[in-house]
Design a protein around this ligand. Structure first.
Ligand code: PMV
Length: 351
């Protein structure tokens, strides 16, 4: 019998949306109520590293995240395992000499180098790395867009972490989710001057999970359908154009408006959901001041389901943006200076 342990490793990056996904039309398949668009961050700072192994000698599917065993019985994990196994089984039935990996239990070992579930898109990198690692283990021929269909079922935003650079998640119209996929808008090399500063206001776990928050918003917010059906479709087109033209002012304008509107529909949810705190609001004011002083938009803030800020800017403005952020937030409690380093595209500040 085949008692070999087969392994493959990979890393997947975090992505931060500039047009936000918020709302599901199908909670089982993670089909969204609107398309979204993100920038993938450098793997040097924020990434998940995952090793996938399988062997006939393993007893059951196991997932270890940051050294702790996780429950894999959940529908999201199960959907990813099932879909990947069925793609592998198709290869095995076409070629009988292949080892029957699809029948072996899986062992997945994952490490994040940043706080988990603190609104830093950990589930995005996590599920993208899980899908990519198993796809590598199974030697699947599927491309990143095809794999994004599977990663999406783990966590919606994960589908965008299968690409670097600028990535859209097209909501699709099919009820089976076959056209709800990630596409590359532009590679990172198209606009290499783009940088991001992450202001870690709190590394605590978020209060309201994105899944329950989204469902509450869809069920109760009256502003929500305007956002999903009218505003976002127009913004998606404008954002793609801005990225194509490397037009930072339009990129920044749309990014900040979309973050604000996402938090507005959270506030319009019953009961209201508050992800931003006083430090987040101070960061917003600091960015507004930077842009006012520059006479144009040179910095753009965005916030996910937590208080931490991600601030996009172009390399040429690094001193102006990071210097002013440090100065502008000096008196604010709960804030620590960002540190800039030359060779990475993210600056982090952990408190
Ligand atoms: O994929 P989830 O369930 O982690 O939801 C992500 C939601 C936001 O981060 C707030 C927005 C986005 O598009 O990433």
């Amino acid at each position: 019998a085949d008692t070999k342990v087969y392994t493959a490793s990979t890393t997947a990056p975090v992505n931060i949306a500039v047009i936000k996904y918020w709302g599901k039309r199908d909670t089982k398949l993670n089909l969204p109520t609107n398309s979204s668009l993100s920038v993938t961050l450098s793997q040097d700072d924020l990434r998940t590293h995952t090793t996938a192994a399988c062997s006939s000698t393993f007893s059951t599917d196991t997932l270890i995240l940051n050294g702790e065993s996780q429950d894999v019985s959940g529908a999201r994990q199960q959907a990813c395992f099932r879909e990947l196994r069925s793609l592998r089984a198709a290869l095995e039935s076409a070629n009988s000499t292949l080892p029957k990996l699809s029948t072996f239990p899986l062992l997945i070992v994952s490490e994040n180098n940043f706080p988990t579930a603190a609104g830093l898109a950990s589930s995005a990198a996590g599920f993208a790395a899980l899908v990519r690692a198993i796809a590598n283990l199974y030697e699947l021929p599927q491309n990143p867009t095809e794999l994004s269909r599977i990663a999406r079922q783990g966590s919606g935003s994960a589908c965008r972490s299968l690409f670097g650079g600028y990535v859209s998640w097209e909501q699709g119209t099919e009820t089976d989710g076959s056209d709800s996929l990630a596409l590359e808008v532009a590679p990172a090399s198209h606009w290499p001057q783009m940088k991001a500063a992450i202001l870690v206001v709190s590394a605590a776990k978020k209060g309201v999970s994105s899944t329950s928050g989204m469902q509450a918003t869809v069920a109760t917010s009256e502003l929500f359908s305007h956002r999903a059906n009218v505003v976002v479709p127009q913004r998606m087109e404008k954002m793609k154009q801005a990225i194509k033209e490397r037009d930072f002012e339009t990129f920044a304008d749309l990014t900040m408006k979309d973050s604000n509107q996402f938090h507005a529909v959270c506030l319009d949810t019953q009961p209201p959901i508050f992800y931003l705190n006083d430090v987040s609001r101070a960061a917003i004011r600091a960015v507004d001041e930077i842009n006012k002083k520059a006479g144009k938009k040179i910095a753009a803030y965005t916030f996910d389901a937590g208080p931490n800020a991600v601030i996009y800017y172009l390399e040429e403005n690094e001193q102006a943006v990071l210097g002013a952020l440090n100065g502008g937030l000096e008196g604010v409690e709960g804030w620590k200076n960002v540190t800039a380093s030359a060779d990475v595209s993210i600056e982090e500040a952990f408190l």
